[in-house]
Design a binder for this molecule. Structure first.
Ligand code: NAD
Length: 332
């Protein structure tokens, strides 16, 4: 199939090329993000391969369909950015990569937690400039503490098991808890119990109307002031203004994030020459008790290889007229 790959980075290209070594599919690579303007690049192709911040709203889907696109393969698991009903009404198939490496994301959540708790981001800079003082670097033992998960799917369950390995008691809230979460021995509780009892909270639910700003001024007021909050899921789960206020008012000890609610206009580009163009994000990361990464939790060799092989299997299935294994259906 002729496939246009939006938001291409070198690592996407090398992994997709290596799985497509037979040359069954012809790729056009573009670093451009998908937008109404860049849909013109898709003309003459049958499939689009896009990433997490490439919007797929109704006008963009209509332009793609009018240009001959029939299949959209996402290089990500989350699909809150896709108007699935519009896609289906237009006869477009949209497939995601549901589980390329839940370990990659869970391990990154733990990396953020350990950095934040032991201040290794500050220590690294101090040591490099010859400052070996320790003031302000104290953390807590994770052993014996209570960790709370919001969402016990693939990533949440692995994160909980890693935290159990540190000796944490794990509480979890999920309206549809998985068998794996029950088998892991997490204490399944209401959301408010996760908020009020946890020393560490890690968010692992999808972004849905019901979960948008699940962390807001009133939920932040329920947390222990000593709590650490981690979000590797979707930026829209946290109301940024409210979390800045909580950090500044010492209602929250620290925040570790890989995602940010307005990240689409910011992440995956180098703004270092001009400075961070988003004043809200700049204010957030000015806090030393905030550790932020730019949506890199997925970025392991293993995950990239799995993403590439799932994308190619979707293209293969569609080209052969078979059902696409991970074609998305609207949520019930
Ligand atoms: P999953 O579908 O396996 O699990 C999600 C869980 O959330 C499910 O058990 C579901 O019942 C639960 N849930 C639904 N509504 C909820 C609510 N209101 N409150 C609490 N829980 C709720 O998904 P996953 O593979 O574990 O991924 C979790 C999220 O991680 C994804 O939605 C995606 O947004 C994000 N993600 C981020 C990255 C990254 O690079 N930062 C990579 C992959 C996935």
């Amino acid at each position: 199939m002729k496939v246009i790959v939006y938001s291409t980075r070198a690592y996407d290209r090398s992994h997709l090329d290596s799985v497509n070594s037979s040359g069954a599919h012809q790729f056009t690579w573009t670093a451009e993000r998908l937008s109404l303007k860049t849909t013109a690049l898709a003309r003459g192709h049958e499939a689009v391969c896009s990433f997490v911040n490439d919007p797929l709203d109704a006008p963009i889907l209509e332009a793609l369909a009018a240009g001959g696109i029939r299949l959209i393969t996402l290089r990500c698991a989350g699909y809150n950015h896709v108007d699935l009903s519009a896609a289906i009404a237009l006869g477009l198939t949209v497939a995601n990569v549901p589980a390329y490496s839940p370990h990659a994301v869970a391990e990154h959540a733990i990396a953020l937690l350990l950095t934040l708790n032991r201040h290794t981001h500050l220590a690294y800079n101090r040591v490099r400039r010859g400052d070996f003082t320790l003031s302000g670097l104290q953390g807590i033992d994770l052993h014996g503490k209570t960790a709370g998960l919001v969402g016990t799917g693939r990533i949440g369950t692995i994160t909980g098991r890693i935290l159990q390995g540190f000796g944490c008691r794990v509480l979890a809230y999920d309206p549809f808890p998985t068998q794996e979460a029950r088998d892991a021995g997490f204490e399944l509780v209401a959301l408010d119990e996760v908020l009020t009892r946890s020393d560490i909270i890690s968010l692992h639910c999808p972004l849905l109307p019901a979960t948008k700003h699940i962390i807001n001024a009133s939920s932040l007021a329920r947390l222990k002031p000593s709590a650490l909050l981690i979000n590797t899921s979707r930026g829209g789960l946290i109301e940024t203004n409210a979390v800045i206020a909580a950090l500044e008012n010492k209602q929250l000890r620290g925040l570790g994030i890989d995602v940010y609610e307005h990240e689409a206009a910011l992440f995956f580009e180098d703004h270092s020459a001009t400075g961070i163009p988003d004043p809200l994000f700049a204010r957030l990361v000015a806090n030393e008790n905030v550790v932020a990464t730019g949506h890199q939790a997925f970025l392991t060799d293993d995950a990239l290889a799995n993403i590439a092989s799932t994308v190619i299997s979707s293209l293969d299935a569609f080209a052969a007229g078979h059902a696409v294994p991970f074609a998305l259906k609207p949520r019930a």
